[in-house]
Ligand binder design. Structure first.
Ligand SMILES: [Zn+2]
Length: 294
């Protein structure tokens, strides 16, 4: 089985998790994984928790994160969620070749939904020549997110360590979609069966999606949490989380919803294919990945 493409169904919708590649997060470009992913976690509890997850804290030098996009055949619409990181690294930008391998041409995508404006989610909006990678698609983004990246706000409010790269990606990948963009500011239906779910915090207008068909549901949580340990400790935030308080509220709401509604969940940064279920456990929740690849 391919480890870059994974087909599954949500009701009558045919879906596919598609890898855009991976990125290795390590110094000097990024902080070490523990402070990067769990910036406010009490040290001793974090060490204990990492060991429970078979991670040796003293040896944890890098975090290799998958980037997982989603294609949904939603009756009349063929929808892509996030465009990956494009040229961010030699190991990214695999989305379009993976789509081609499954017989999907860029022109076949009629709707691209961008969960937020970080480089790994918008970096494939344009190709290496700066041309639109999905030439027939309309784009959908949360209004606050678009406003943040296309105004002075990003410049003023982002941490200096990330500002230059993130703004460069936004300037390259957002203006070209401006004429074919629909902004949403409430939890509306984007195409029949796919609803926007407000999930602010990781970024100002970060958006999750609820995909429903024939009584089944997929929650695409994007970057509401980045690691399974965030589900067990929703109050442990990542260094890149823009508004940590809001992240905790958003996480709790989505985790509770996923558990209560027994939704399938897609997490963009989890081990491929990033699919699983959320189980309530004590005060927190736990990840139960599907048995996709044996
Ligand atoms: Zn991300």
């Amino acid at each position: 089985m391919s480890i870059e493409r994974y087909r599954f169904k949500v009701g009558t919708f045919e879906c596919m998790a598609v890898s855009d590649g991976t990125l290795t997060y390590r110094p000097p470009m990024f902080p070490p994984p523990a402070p990067f992913l769990f910036s406010n976690a009490p040290k001793e509890r974090l060490v204990q928790k990492l060991r429970e997850h078979n991670i040796q804290p003293e040896q944890w030098a890098e975090w290799i994160s998958p980037y997982i996009c989603l294609v949904i055949n939603a009756d009349k619409h063929r929808v892509l969620v996030d465009t990956g990181a494009g040229s961010l690294a030699p190991t990214t930008g695999r989305l379009t070749s993976n789509l081609k391998a499954e017989g999907i041409a860029p022109e076949d995508i009629d709707t691209v939904i961008l969960t937020h404006g970080h480089p790994d989610h918008i970096g494939g909006n344009v190709d290496r020549e700066g041309k639109l990678a999905f030439p027939k698609a309309r784009f959908v983004m949360w209004k606050d997110e678009w406003d943040f990246w296309t105004s002075e706000q990003a410049e003023q409010r982002l941490d200096e360590h990330v500002r230059a790269r993130q703004i460069a990606f936004a300037r390259k990948n957002l203006p070209p979609i401006q004429d074919r963009l629909d902004l949403v500011d409430h939890e509306t239906e984007i195409v029949p069966g796919i609803r926007a779910v407000a999930a602010p915090g990781h970024t100002p207008g970060h958006m999750a999606l609820a995909i429903s068909s024939a009584g089944e549901q997929l929650l695409c949580i994007a970057d509401a949490w980045l690691h399974p340990i965030h589900m067990e400790h929703p109050d442990w935030c990542a260094a890149r989380d823009f508004a940590p308080q809001q992240v905790v509220t958003t996480r709790r709401r989505l985790l509770n919803r996923a558990a209560v509604e027994k939704a399938l969940v897609l997490a963009f940064h989890f081990p491929f294919p990033g699919l699983g279920h959320v189980i309530q456990k004590g005060e927190g929740w736990q990840w139960q990945p599907i048995e996709a690849i044996g």
